[in-house]
Design a protein around this ligand. Structure first.
Ligand SMILES: [Zn+2]
Length: 343
């Protein structure tokens, strides 16, 4: 194990409940919104709203921002001090400027979304990519508290993560470190990837890949369970898990292959970086409670050292939505209310 770190704060215990952030996690189809205090306690019920899209297929930033307005009013009515708005966004975000550099799911490119939100509400706004926010929340309030070296990993519609190294978030030269879902597996025969290339690991393990493999099994008449579950002939990811749980051999093989490929991929990350922990979240990970424990066992086949095999833990995210909580943590850290100590 690495050294344990104290999770220190600037504000006293008494002060922390007085500090509030409006946390917003914007995914490809829904935005989740809650007021969270500096203890990491939600002070309002988290609300999910559909992201409004325009005729052109782009997420409409002005209409999206108006969805936040009643929550800003609610946050300002609560006792305490609203330190700002934290925005967790499912794409590449410049954390210094709040600009959405590239958000494929929302069809945003070079959109100054953070400054737009700040101008609308007259509050400090702190924006960053969702995986960075999730890693931050787990480091300050979650299962990775006190862990010096870990990775966050999302298995959902996409596959990727963020790194926390030597007690700090690690973004690399451009802030895009942790994109291990786009490591190439097969550039010749692989599937096209959302990043514009071919054969990335994501195209083998994320939700759409699981649905695609299930669809192929159904269409080939190899999955009796899917032919029962799937009444309209269109397989979605959760059906494959459901069929696998019911013992369908073809669907079990699909999930086995996801576990194997994720274990190989994350095993390579651990061999490179010698991590203590990998924290896993995302819709696919939540879809099957056995998935993460299976990855935790399987990864040991691909670790180089006995020390890593002994000490590494692959665990499920420990907060209801780590990215949402991270959006709040980011407000408190960047406004000086909380501090991550590097030991
Ligand atoms: Zn890719």
């Amino acid at each position: 194990m690495g050294q344990q770190l104290p999770s220190a704060v600037n504000a006293s215990e008494l002060d922390r409940s007085q500090h509030l952030a409006l946390a917003i996690d914007i995914g490809g189809s829904k935005a989740e919104i809650a007021v969270i205090d500096a203890h990491g306690t939600a002070r309002t019920l988290a609300v999910k709203q559909p992201v409004p899209f325009g005729q052109d297929g782009r997420a409409d930033p002005a209409r999206l921002i108006e969805l936040f307005a009643p929550h800003v009013v609610e946050a300002q009515r609560l006792p305490g001090q609203l330190d700002g708005i934290g925005l967790s966004i499912c794409g590449n975000i410049d954390p210094d400027t709040g600009e959405a550099v590239l958000v494929p799911n929302l069809h945003w490119r070079y959109l100054p979304f953070g400054p737009m939100v700040a101008a609308r509400f007259g509050l400090s706004v702190y924006a960053a990519t969702d995986v960075r926010m999730a890693a931050l929340a787990e480091a300050i309030w979650g299962v990775a508290r006190g862990v010096r070296y870990f990775a966050w990993c999302t298995i959902g519609t996409g596959y990727g993560g963020y790194l926390f190294l030597d007690g700090k978030l690690y973004g690399g030269t451009h802030g895009f470190a942790g994109n291990f879902g786009h490591n190439t597996i097969d550039e010749v025969d692989g599937y096209p990837c959302g990043c514009g290339r071919r054969g990335c690991l994501e195209t083998y393990v994320a939700g759409p890949a699981i649905a695609r493999a299930g669809q192929a099994a159904l269409d080939a008449g190899r999955s009796p369970e899917l032919s029962q579950i799937c009444t309209d002939g269109r397989v979605v990811t959760h059906m494959v898990f459901q069929a696998a749980t019911a013992g369908d051999p073809a669907c079990r093989a699909i999930i086995d292959e996801v576990v194997r490929r994720v274990a190989i991929g994350l095993g390579g990350v651990v061999n490179t970086l010698d991590l203590d922990m990998i924290v896993v979240g995302g819709g696919v990970a939540h879809g099957d409670p056995e998935l993460v424990p299976r990855i935790n066992r399987k990864i040991r086949d691909y670790l180089m050292t006995v020390e890593a095999a002994r000490d590494l833990r692959v665990v499920m995210e420990s907060l209801p939505n780590s990215a949402l909580y991270g959006a709040a943590a980011d407000v408190f850290i960047r406004s000086g209310v909380l501090e991550l100590e590097t030991g």
